[in-house]
Design a protein around this ligand. Structure first.
Ligand code: SAM
Length: 249
């Protein structure tokens, strides 16, 4: 898989602009408690990025993190020096252990097609203990059902002498999503604009993913997110945004 500048060269700004995940992780812990039957407390956070969820997950679990980009893992290691972080591709990493919980947030979009999703879910299944749970969510902007042409997401943050505005534009091109990312950065009074190379994201269907999970032997439950990607314990309905998949093995 091609290196993504967003998580390498621009990892500093990505880490800076990300929001705290305390509230999401509180919801997540409730969902894990409801669905996990295995007795252990080993959790693998796949595509962990800068370790924002791990900061709170480690209060209850023995966490291992894995991500494709060493640049972003530096931020995870700084945030959580007590966690073991590894470099690996979600589609084919191989660890000689099984986990009670596997999480994967805001990252399946980087898989380009349903074949890669299938390979990834199989890999997760193989690393999960019996009675364990897999939890992931899929952003609504890469779901066929929800897609809005030329969707624009703007995020901004100011702290001290640094102000960052991140603009993400999602556009459909045949059977994939083109993602354009622009950073406006004001640092110590000087401004600059950075335009990242176009990235390509998958374009998925919830029903196909459900079928894959069933075929592998998972029992899948779907929950809703409120306002884009805030986790909730409400079941997924046709009106929901991004679905959270909780899959029991
Ligand atoms: C939007 S970030 C999400 C990070 C974190 N899970 C969170 O919710 O804050 C997506 C992450 O997926 C990682 N990633 C992309 N493709 C990957 C792959 N094939 N295997 C593992 N990690 C991958 C990126 O390096 C990045 O850290």
């Amino acid at each position: 898989m091609k290196e993504n500048k967003f998580y390498q060269e621009y990892a500093y700004y990505y880490d800076f602009i990300c929001s705290d995940r305390k509230k999401d992780v509180e919801v997540l812990k409730k969902l894990i408690k409801k669905h996990k039957k295995s007795k252990g407390d080993k959790l693998l956070d796949v595509a962990c990025g800068p370790g924002l969820e791990d900061k709170y997950l480690k209060e209850d679990f023995r966490v291992t993190g894995i991500d494709l980009h060493p640049g972003i893992l530096n931020f995870a290691r700084n945030r959580n020096p007590d966690i073991n972080y590894l470099i690996g591709d979600m589609r084919n990493f191989k660890l000689n252990e099984k986990f009670d919980v596997i999480t994967c947030f805001d990252a399946m979009c980087h898989l380009r097609n349903h074949k890669d999703v299938s390979m990834t879910l199989k890999n997760f299944y193989n690393h999960l203990a019996k009675g364990g749970v897999l939890i992931f969510y899929i952003d609504d902007h890469i779901l066929k059902k929800h897609f809005k042409e030329d969707k624009i997401v703007v995020t901004q943050k100011t702290k001290g002498t640094l102000k960052v505005i991140l603009i993400e534009i999602y556009h459909k091109n045949q059977n994939r999503i083109e993602s354009n990312v622009i950073y406006w950065i004001k640092e110590k009074g000087k401004t600059r604009i950075e335009v990242l190379p176009t990235d390509y994201l998958g374009f998925f269907e919830v029903s196909k993913i459900k079928k894959m999970l069933n075929k592998l032997g998972f029992k899948a439950y779907l929950y809703s997110t409120d306002k884009e990607t805030t986790f909730s314990t409400r079941s997924y309905t046709k009106k929901s945004l991004s679905p959270i998949f909780i899959c029991e093995k």
